[in-house]
Design a protein around this ligand. Structure first.
Ligand SMILES: Nc1ncnc2c1ncn2[C@@H]1O[C@H](COP(=O)(O)OP(=O)(O)O)[C@@H](O)[C@H]1O
Ligand SMILES: [Mg+2]
Length: 409
């Protein structure tokens, strides 16, 4: 898929901007602080309903404005769609698809798909487990848009369960009567149900990603691998299916309950897990050099791209749905696998590649390798401070970004 038009109103530094886009490479060039990342951040927002830079919507709305609007025209083979999101910090965001407002923001997921490379990606390797969880969960949502609902269910249940545990902990500390904890049993069930579904998706994602990440690392930094990905659950036990994972989580919650009541917080579940990334025999975090960490982060993004381009988001759903009997899930998987490249020789679901200011961070060799790997993408959006930072193989349209304007050059 690719965007043919992007339009922003009161988004970040832009009062209003309209950008025509083509398939192939488009580079946005301009000095720092001029609004290049703001443009691609908006594209990423359409794909994930979030920013890769900030965790809340407020900074995305132009200072002094009340709401921001991000609108894009999307072309997917012969199909054209118009998607629009209105960001209302502190209130519910609104969405429109093909001018119909009978939709929720979450319904937009799956229409625009992106794989975004950014300087922030180094945190995938060097940062806290939360960075890696977000990487996994965003990719899960890109593969299977309905998982956005499961993720938000999990977050909501976790919050409520923590509130209950916190008041239980306070009551204990202040020597009050111990609370009636029977409601905790109910929350355990809810948490384990959503948690098991999320875990099953994470495990299958990691299995699919592993060979692709290793291959990508070898292409970027030959002989430097292998890269291995290993899930580190807070409730270990080796379960793989959703039902087994549910039992495993329930068991772990039971085992942790005393400690949870003492500490007033949920200690097991997907929100406490991590992804261990190894380079050779050593963990990348804490051991890999700066250059190796970069290659590793890029390899994870390239692997995401490989994975998403092989899957068709326009097919009804990926993976087994909660109610789907096994035969149906199998039929769904086979229809995904048989997705044929479209007339132009592109796969239908190919995501837009966004490379925000990454080339300046890389040495010449990695820069060239990365550029060669992304150049054939259906649509590649690149930002750079100077023209020389855009590798020669990435020829295409150029826009100059300066002081809130985006002009074709
Ligand atoms: N909500 C906002 N309202 C107004 N200006 C903003 C807002 N958020 C960011 N900016 C401005 O946008 C600029 C940064 O744009 P950015 O796209 O990150 O630059 P770059 O071209 O270096 O990628 C900064 O000057 C910042 O002040
Ligand atoms: Mg930038």
């Amino acid at each position: 898929m690719h965007l043919t038009h992007l339009s922003l109103a009161d988004f970040r530094s832009y009062a209003q901007v309209d950008v025509a886009l083509d398939p192939g490479v488009t580079a946005f060039v301009g000095p720092n602080g001029q609004g290049k990342t703001n443009l691609v951040e908006a594209v990423g927002y359409l794909a994930t309903l979030g920013s890769h830079r900030v965790s809340s919507d407020a900074p995305l709305v132009r200072m002094g404005a009340e709401r921001a609007v991000v609108r894009a025209a999307v072309r997917q083979g012969e199909r054209r769609q118009l998607v629009e999101l209105e960001l209302n910090p502190g209130k519910a965001n609104r969405a429109r698809i093909n001018r119909s407002s009978q939709v929720k923001p979450r319904d937009v997921l799956g229409i625009v798909r992106t794989v975004l490379f950014a300087p922030e990606d180094l945190a995938l390797i060097k940062g806290d487990p939360g960075e890696r969880r977000r990487f996994l969960d965003e990719l899960i949502t890109a593969r299977t848009p309905r998982m956005a609902g499961v993720r938000s269910d999990y977050e909501r249940v976790l919050k409520q369960r923590n509130t209950l545990l916190k008041s239980a902990a306070l009551a204990r500390r202040h020597g009050g009567r111990s609370m009636d904890l029977s409601t905790l049993d109910v929350w355990d069930q809810h948490l384990a149900r959503a948690g098991a579904e999320l875990l099953a998706q994470r495990l299958s994602l990691i299995a699919a990603l592993q060979p692709l990440a290793d291959k990508a690392y070898e292409q970027l930094a030959p002989g430097g691998g292998p890269v291995t990905l290993e899930y580190k659950p807070s409730a270990p036990g080796g379960a793989e299916t959703r039902d087994d994972l549910f039992e495993q989580l329930m068991g772990a919650l039971g085992g942790a309950r005393k400690q949870e009541i003492e500490r007033g917080v949920t200690l097991v579940g997907p929100h406490r897990d991590d992804l261990l990334i190894r380079l050779g025999r050593l963990p990348a975090k804490g051991y890999a050099s700066h250059g190796e960490s970069w290659s590793c982060a890029l390899a994870l993004r390239l692997a995401s791209y490989d994975l998403l381009r092989a899957e068709d988001p326009w097919a009804p759903q990926h993976g087994p749905t909660p109610s789907a009997p096994p035969q149906e899930a199998a039929a769904d998987a086979s229809s995904t696998a048989s997705t044929a490249p479209s007339a132009e020789g592109r796969r239908p679901g190919e995501p837009v590649l966004v490379l925000d200011d990454v080339f300046a961070e890389l040495d010449a060799r990695r820069r060239e390798r990365l550029a060669e790997l992304v150049a054939p993408g259906e649509q590649v959006l690149v930002t750079a401070a100077v023209d020389d930072d855009v590798p020669a193989v990435l020829t295409g349209r150029r826009y100059a970004v300066a002081d809130g304007t985006v002009e074709r050059i």
